[in-house]
Write a protein that binds this ligand. Structure first.
Ligand code: PLP
Length: 386
C-alpha cells in the first residue's frame, strides 16, 4: 500500500459494536478484565511488547492506532505518544543519554528543546555542545568519546538552515551516537529521516498532524534498535496524551498528505511574491533557488512545508507596524493549522554559534486560504511601513 492509502486505511480495525469508520474515544483510567486468568494473559502479552491495553495510560486502542500510523508516516518501527512536541524532544533525548554523556545540538534547534538540554539535562550530568547547523561532516571535530546524541533539526527553527543530514548521521553512526531528528517541519511525507540515518524521530503532532490548532501532542518514533529504550523511558516518565486529543490527531492524519501539499504550493507562491518586494531583504525558504540551502533541500527532501521567514528591510518598529497591519494572519506562536499565522522571530538570545545579525525576522505560517488573498494582505501591510 502507498502511504496515502495507509493514511486513510490504517488504524481503523473495528473494535466496537456497531462498527464505525472511526474508532470510538474510550475515556478511561481502568481497563476491566473478565477473570484473573484474562488479566494474566493480557499482562503476558503486554510484557511481550504487544500493543494491548492494560491501563488507561498504556495502549488504549485509539492511541495504538495513532502510534501505528505515525510510525508508518515517519518510516520507523514503533512510536510513543506524549503530551506535547516539547515532551517529545525531552523523551527522545532522555531515551538516549545517561549521566556523564555529551549531546551535540544545532544552534537552530527549537528554542525550548535547546533550553531543556542546557538547563535541565545539565543538572543530571549531561553536557551539551551547540554546533553550527551547516557543519556537515565537520561535526566529527565536536565528537567526544562520551557523545551519545547527535541531534538534528532539518531545516532549523526560524532561520531554516538545511543540514547535510546524511553526512552528519554517518559520523554519528561511526562514533556510536544516536541520531535524533526533529522532523516537525517536513514530516515523514517530505523527509524520510530513517532512510537518511536517524534512530529516533520527533514529531510535534500539535503542528501538521493535528492541523487545526486545537490540540497539543507529540510523538517519538524509533527504529527497531532504539525501540526498547524509547518504550521503557516513555513508560517510566509516565507520559500520556488524552484520548480526545489523540482522536483529533488521528483525524488530522487522514488529511495530512493533501494538506501538506497545499501548504507547500501556497507557501512557495507567497514566498516568491515576497521575494520581489522592496521591503523584503531576504526570504528564508529552502524551496527557493535563491536560498543557500536549496541544493541540499533538493537532494534530500520530497517537498516543503508552508512555514518560512522573511527578513525585512525595515526597523523593529516598522516590523511591528507590518505585523499589526496584517488582517488574514493572526499573531501568535505555533503553526501547522489550516489558518495563516505570523510571529516576530526574536532569536537574538537563542543563538550562540551563528548569531543573527540581519534585520527584523518575521515568521509566516501559510494556511489553506487562497494564496492570492494572502499575498494581497501582505502587500497592503508592507505598504504601511512606508
Ligand atoms: C512547535 C515545535 C515543537 C514543540 O511542539 P509543542 O507541541 O508546541 O510543544 C518542537 N519542535 C519544533 C520544530 C516545533 O516547531
Amino acid at each position: 500500500m502507498k502511504l496515502r492509502t495507509k493514511l486513510a486505511q490504517q488504524g481503523r480495525k473495528a473494535r466496537s459494536q456497531p462498527g464505525t469508520v472511526n474508532l470510538p474515544v474510550a475515556r478511561a483510567s481502568t481497563v476491566v478484565f473478565d477473570s484473573v486468568e484474562h488479566l494474566h494473559e493480557v499482562q503476558r502479552r503486554f510484557d511481550a511488547d504487544e500493543p494491548v491495553p492494560t491501563y488507561g495510560i498504556a495502549n488504549m486502542p485509539i492511541r495504538a492506532a495513532f502510534e501505528e500510523l505515525i510510525a508508518e508516516v515517519e518510516g520507523g518501527h514503533r512510536a510513543v505518544t506524549v503530551s506535547s512536541g516539547l515532551a517529545a524532544v525531552s523523551v527522545a533525548v532522555l531515551s538516549a543519554v545517561s549521566a556523564g554523556d555529551h549531546v551535540v545540538l544545532p544552534d537552530s534547534a527549537y528554542g525550548p528543546g535547546r533550553r531543556f538540554c542546557l538547563r535541565t539535562l545539565k543538572r543530571y550530568g549531561v553536557e551539551t555542545t551547540i554546533y553550527d547547523p551547516l557543519v556537515g561532516a565537520g561535526i566529527a571535530a565536536l565528537m567526544k568519546p562520551n557523545t551519545k546524541v547527535v541531534y538534528l533539526e532539518n531545516p532549523g527553527s526560524h532561520t531554516f538552515e538545511v543540514q547535510d543530514f546524511p553526512a552528519i548521521a554517518k559520523v554519528a553512526r561511526e562514533r556510536g551516537a544516536a541520531v535524533i531528528h526533529d522532523n516537525t517541519w517536513a514530516t515523514g511525507i517530505f523527509f524520510p529521516s530513517f532512510e537518511h540515518g536517524a534512530d529516533l524521530v520527533i514529531q510535534a503532532a500539535t503542528k501538521y498532524p493535528g492541523g487545526h490548532s486545537d490540540l497539543l501532542m507529540g510523538a517519538v518514533v524509533a527504529n527497531e534498535a532504539w525501540w526498547p529504550r524509547l518504550r521503557d523511558t516513555h513508560r517510566d516518565l509516565g507520559q500520556h496524551a488524552s484520548p480526545d486529543d489523540v482522536f483529533l490527531a488521528l483525524r488530522g492524519m487522514r488529511t495530512l498528505d493533501v494538506r501538506l501539499r497545499q501548504h507547500e504550493a501556497s507557501g512557495i507562491e507567497v514566498a516568491r511574491a515576497l521575494e520581489k518586494h522592496s521591503k523584503v531583504k531576504r526570504v528564508l525558504h529552502p524551496a527557493l533557488p535563491s536560498d543557500p540551502g536549496h541544493a541540499l533541500w533538493k537532494r534530500d527532501f520530497k517537498g516543503a512545508a508552508g512555514l518560512f521567514a522573511i527578513e525585512l528591510a525595515a526597523s523593529e518598529a516598522q516590523s511591528a507596524t507590518f505585523i499589526e497591519a496584517l488582517e488574514l494572519f493572526a499573531l501568535g506562536y505555533s503553526w501547522g493549522g489550516y489558518e495563516s499565522l505570523v510571529v516576530p522571530a526574536h532569536i537574538e538570545g537563542m543563538r550562540s554559534v551563528r548569531p543573527w545579525t540581519g534585520g527584523p525576522l518575521v515568521r509566516l505560517q501559510i494556511g489553506l486560504e487562497d494564496p492570492s488573498d494572502l499575498i494581497a494582505d501582505l502587500e497592503q501591510a508592507l505598504a504601511k511601513i512606508g
